[in-house]
Design a protein around this ligand. Structure first.
Ligand code: SF4
Length: 640
């Protein structure tokens, strides 16, 4: 099934063993002075061991004043080189090849990070940022061009195999390329050729300093999706100029900060979303083209290559989810690959909050040392109550450490609430995690007891050494008059297929569960209204996920009523108060309750003091996002 992805390829003089690339992803793992940390090195080392053809580091600042994140790597000073050398050495020890991505944030940063006013081709504030940048003088433009060249030379001396110049995602070079942000009237603005001049001079400067044979990649946003921004036809012209200037490969992404959802690409974005743009670039250049964009499966990577739409494939989040993807794919173990599910909770979701990245499905991402699974000193009998994702995760880690593990699930299936979360539109990929976890339990010989609720009797008879409580949460039912009518159903029962609803439905609660249940019903032809107490729905949702969910609700004519309190449910109607006025919706077939959940942890209370080691994880402890449940499950597996 997989052949083309494992064909070697050259970028300039750099020979790569396969066509699978880890693209740049900001981690926030580095020191604030731009030196790289042991954590950053271990993260890359895991991917080098995993067999990727090329690893490209996160955006690495060429100027301290061009940093976009507090803890990002830098190569603006010779003092930073030693730490980078340690990184390249460790990657090379495992046969990996590593390029550094060089960048300047331009207007997409702020003085809270750099201490100075941001700079840009023109004094126009980015729509997503707080500060108006200062227009760069021509002298300053020349200085920044030199800084790119100097940083590239440092990279070469530090042992990197190539450099990538970041000309995409709305950062400084992109700001010059784009008429959206470049309003200059000198030789760096106006025409396409003028707007590309900054990028071209950077490539020429880098080439002059690193020599003829050192590979230079260039990353570009092929389309920006903003009014007046770069189109694919503009970018095709630019790509030819970049090749002419000395670039050895073009890395084709999409979007800028304003259209961040197309950079982030949550699960609602189709697989290979940006591939067609890479294919357009490939038509006009003769250097390798790298495609990217929610390609989370090596089979899709293979098809893109076979279709001749690109020469290499970047699989960023797939590499966070499973650093071993290439090795497993090469050995034909496709079932063993842990897939990225497009949740964006751990990676970009955290980055946008200024935090370090991690991964929901793979808690060891960025914690390669801390979460290393070592054999337990003493084999123990470990019981896990609850077969949701937190319970399965803890059972897997405990079993990997050599313990005898028994997993008890009162239902007839593993997966818990996660199975329901996978039902709404564009959430099906959540099931791939359930399938992977189940396969691991099987492989590791975990004793799974379905339709069996772990209780005090079993504990007394079996006497386990440790018990992990992962019993999840149960839906909260509000005290509204009429809530016990037969027409009133729980969102969880609707998603589980236990309850049918009629044509006209009101969903009470506009959190993620309520809004996704509404989307599910509306996509299946129902007329749906959401009533939410707060001012907005999906208040705490990941912004990119929320964007596509709201779009879906709007496209399916779901009516959203916010700042409203439900007062009474009657057969065929629901009454609510908004702006001190009582209102009624009539001809309602069903009311769906989705007002949150509360921990289900009665077993934990009963077992206090009765077992040697008792750990509660996930929603059973406190109802939160799945990423916390997975990490706690992992930690519990390490702790028993
Ligand atoms: Fe993929 Fe979610 Fe992991 Fe990000 S956190 S890499 S989207 S599975």
């Amino acid at each position: 099934m997989l052949k083309k992805v494992f064909e070697p390829i050259k970028i300039g003089n750099l020979q790569l063993k396969n066509r699978l690339v880890v693209p740049p992803m900001v981690t926030n793992y580095c020191n604030t002075d731009g030196t790289v940390t042991e954590r950053y090195i271990a993260y890359h080392e895991a991917r080098a061991k995993g067999g990727w053809g090329l690893i490209i580091t996160e955006a690495t600042a060429v100027d301290e004043r061009g940093k976009g994140f507090h803890n990002m790597a830098g190569l603006w000073s010779d003092d930073q080189m030693e730490s980078h050398s340690r990184l390249t050495e460790r990657v090379h020890q495992h046969g990996g090849k590593i390029a550094v991505q060089l960048y300047h944030a331009g207007r997409q940063t702020g003085s809270h990070i750099t201490g100075v006013q941001p700079v840009a081709p023109s004094p126009i504030k980015d729509p997503t940022m707080d500060e108006t940048p200062r227009e760069l003088t021509k002298e300053e433009i020349k200085e920044i061009i030199e800084k790119f060249g100097d940083a590239a030379l440092r990279a070469k001396k530090a042992g990197y195999d190539a450099v990538e110049i970041h000309g995409g995602h709305g950062y400084l070079i992109n700001q010059f390329l784009s008429p959206f942000s470049n309003k200059r009237t000198d030789e760096y603005g106006g025409t396409l050729m003028n707007r590309a001049r900054f990028a071209v001079e950077i490539i020429e400067n880098v080439r002059k300093k690193v020599g003829k044979h050192f590979p230079i990649l260039f990353r570009i946003s092929t389309v920006e999706f903003v009014e007046g921004g770069l189109t694919i036809e503009d970018t095709k012209v630019i790509a030819r100029m970049l090749e002419q200037a000395g670039a050895d490969a073009i890395h084709c992404s999409t979007g800028v900060y304003k259209t961040m959802m197309y950079v982030i690409q949550p699960a609602a974005v189709p697989h290979g979303f940006s591939v067609s743009f890479a294919a357009e670039i490939k038509k006009v250049v003769s250097i390798p083209v790298i495609a990217v964009g929610r390609i989370n499966d090596p089979l899709i990577a293979e098809s893109v290559l076979l279709s001749d739409k690109a020469d290499l494939i970047s699989m960023g989040r797939a590499a966070l989810a499973d650093p071993e993807l290439p090795n497993k794919a090469k050995e034909g173990k496709l079932d063993e690959i842990l897939p990225c599910i497009g949740c964006v909770q751990g990676c970009i979701g955290r980055l946008l909050k200024g935090l370090d990245i991690c991964c929901l499905v793979n808690p060891s991402t960025g914690k390669e040392k801390e979460f290393a699974v070592e054999p337990a000193k003493e084999k123990k009998k470990v019981f896990v109550a609850g077969g949701g994702i937190a319970g399965m995760q803890s059972a897997i880690i405990a079993a990997k450490r050599g313990h005898e593990v028994h997993l008890y699930e009162k239902g007839d299936k593993l997966g818990g609430q996660w199975l329901l979360a996978a039902v709404p539109p564009s959430k099906t990929e959540l099931n791939t995690l359930t399938i992977w976890l189940k396969a691991q339990l099987d492989k590791l010989g975990v004793h799974v007891h379905l339709k069996t609720e772990l209780n005090e009797n079993i504990i007394e008879n079996e006497n386990p050494d440790a018990v992990i409580i992962a019993t999840g949460a149960k839906p909260f039912v509000p005290n509204i008059p009429g809530v016990n009518l037969p027409e009133v159903v729980l969102a969880q029962d609707v998603l589980a297929g236990k309850k049918d609803v009629g044509q006209s439905v009101v969903v009470v609660g506009g959190g993620l569960v309520g809004a996704e249940t509404a989307a599910h019903l509306a996509n299946h032809g129902k007329k749906v209204v959401i009533i939410e107490m707060q001012k907005e729905i999906v208040k705490d949702g990941e912004p990119a996920v929320k964007y596509f969910l709201l779009k879906d609700l709007q496209e399916h004519n779901v009516e959203i009523i916010t700042s409203a309190t439900v007062k009474e449910i009657k057969q065929g109607s629901i009454t609510f108060e908004k702006d001190h006025v009582m209102k009624e919706i009539r001809d309602v077939d069903n009311v769906v309750i989705a007002v949150g959940s509360k921990p289900e942890n009665t077993l934990a209370d009963k077992l206090q003091g009765k077992v040697e080691k008792l750990i509660t994880v996930g929603d059973a402890l406190k109802v939160r996002k799945a990423i916390e449940a997975m990490e706690e499950g992992y930690r519990a597996g390490l702790a028993v």
